[in-house]
Ligand binder design. Sequence first.
Ligand code: NAP
Length: 302
Amino acid sequence: MKVRFSAREAAWAEWAPALRAALPEMELAREGDPAAFDAIIYAPGGDIDDFTPYRRVKLVQSLWAGVERIVTNPTLTQPLARMVDPGLARGMAEYCTGWALRAHLGMDGYAQDGRWRTGAVPPLAPERPVTILGMGELGRATAAMLGGIGFPLTGISASGHPVPGVTVHPVAALDAVLAEAQILICLLPDTPATRDLLDARRLSLLPEGAWIINPGRGTLIDDAALLAGLDQGRPAHAVLDVFRTEPLPADHPFWSHPAVTVTPHIAAETRPATAAPVAARNLRRALSGQPVLNLVNRAKGY
Ligand code: NAP
């Protein structure tokens, strides 16, 4: 069995040892006759634009959870699986928990300036509602970590399917949910249905003092509306890990806005040590005719 690896140049050195260890029975290569490959391991930045010649390929396994850069490729007719990896989920839960605690504890309210600031005692976690947009793999992992601290959790998903420990609503209830969202964590994929979902009107529904944490995708939020809202203190602060253009251009107003924290798309990495065995298991399933896990729904785009 022959597996084609297609990702940005630097990824090969990082991934090849872990993938070879996880797939000792398969031949892993970065190039070769497309018709000779049985599967593709894919991440953005690679050299495959046309999937048509890969006639034998039974599975394209993405190393990324977000698949917006490949799902719309009209030449891709082979099954596409996204990455669901315990390391990725833990990384995202830790990122969201860290920034949520910064918001919750008011960590920005103190400076080493000689002023003895009293009176700003934060509520305990059980009195601080946290809202998560997106109740998928990463939303659920984040909810589990925040729930362990004691935050009451509300979630939004497309379907509204129940999640233990979270009051989940379908997206139709978004407006009402935003009005109660003191800390809003956004973990939605980039699809036609989620683009600009947080527009000026919806941002204005947030309660005073609300924080937005967005490690999902940058297309979710209307940038100009967010900046205008931040200027008026609603939301009070935005922690942004993902952007419409990445890297975020040096002259983008997010860099200089005092109520914005920019992180450079580092919320959750797919780590070879945990993700290579996941990819290997799925490749073996595909190549032995078993149902593939974490298949992307092409119509929905995630
Ligand atoms: P997932 O398991 O596919 O979950 C997606 C969730 O979004 C589901 O709960 C889904 O609802 C919901 N959803 C989809 N469209 C919606 C809509 N229009 N309105 C409301 N809810 C909607 O994805 P995941 O693994 O949790 O990953 C989420 C996203 O995180 C990825 O797509 C990627 O963009 C981003 N990500 C970022 C980083 C980073 O480092 N910044 C790393 C990894 C991933 P249903 O449950 O009803 O289907």
